[in-house]
Design a protein around this ligand. Sequence first.
Ligand code: KG4
Ligand code: ZN
Length: 337
Amino acid sequence: MLVLGLETSCDDTAAAVLKDGNKLLSNVINDQSSIHSKYGGIVPELAGRSHIDQLHRVIEQSLQTARVELKDIDLIAVTRGPGLIGSLLVGVNAAKGISYGLDIPLIGVNHLEGHLLAIFLQEQIKFPFISLVVSGGHTDLYRVDNFGSYKILGRTRDDAAGESFDKVAKMLGHKYPGGPIIEKMANEGNKNAHKFPRAYLEKDSLDFSFSGVKTSVKTFINKNQESNVAGLSDQDIAAGFQEAVVEVLSKKIIMACQKEGLSRVVVTGGVAANGALRRVVALECEKAGYESWFPDPIYCTDNAAMIACAGFQKYKASPNYRADLLNLDATANLSLA
Ligand code: KG4
Ligand code: ZN
């Protein structure tokens, strides 16, 4: 069974062809960072326009690489939310057009479900497990009992973890996206040079808050710029900040396992590409006797393979299901649980 996945929820135009749920034949991503980087964040209008320019080419390339034609495709899976509405609409409308024109079944996929299930491109994880979806827009902890069965255990009350990486990078004078830059700087810095605050919120809470650590970094940078009292480099600041975020994320994962009595952990989403997070979560899980999984970094950041994978699972669960072409809509604030 061949699934064509399409993803245009934010600033990546992506198409992928997936065979039988886990054989990835192509995974094409057109990254828009060069368009947005000079603005320090994503400009929604420019994102939507670039999807329109690029989607056709990206789909063609994904088919060519997979050595298949559109008429060979058995199912189209497209991200229908959450995300930027002007971006989502481009993918949803393209998918509807292909589906209608070639009479191919179409499924709308929640972007977060795509992230959450990305690991199934590589491993068939046994249910139930704890999932942390940590990206530029979300920091969500779920209990996952099956495909389609998700219970939210905690989420961020303010900034998403990835957003805080992006904002701290900007404070240090770097371009969007900031996560990979902070990680690189942190590798050259001393994570113990300054301890930034960790927000654990109320006892037992599985919610997150990253606006405090972000403000604390801002205040610290301002003071440090006036007089380099502490003698800290930008690399030390990046390392101290990353350490604070990683510690909170990993501790809350362990708390979630304890609360739910589960011993399997899957971490996905853009920030799951972060090496320090992967190392600390793996280590803490090992200490507690838990198992942990992380998709390869290319499947952590936005891609269409994960959307094809989630679409395949939804279709397998109910093969007669197909989206109502006229009513399938893009929903900017779509939630998963
Ligand atoms: O999943 P994603 O590609 O898009 C959203 O759905 O948001 O995640 C993008 C986020 C950005 O905030 C980016 O800075 C962050 O993931 N990110 C990272 C790393 N790579 C991407 N954060 C920390 N370390 C990284 N290596
Ligand atoms: Zn994403």
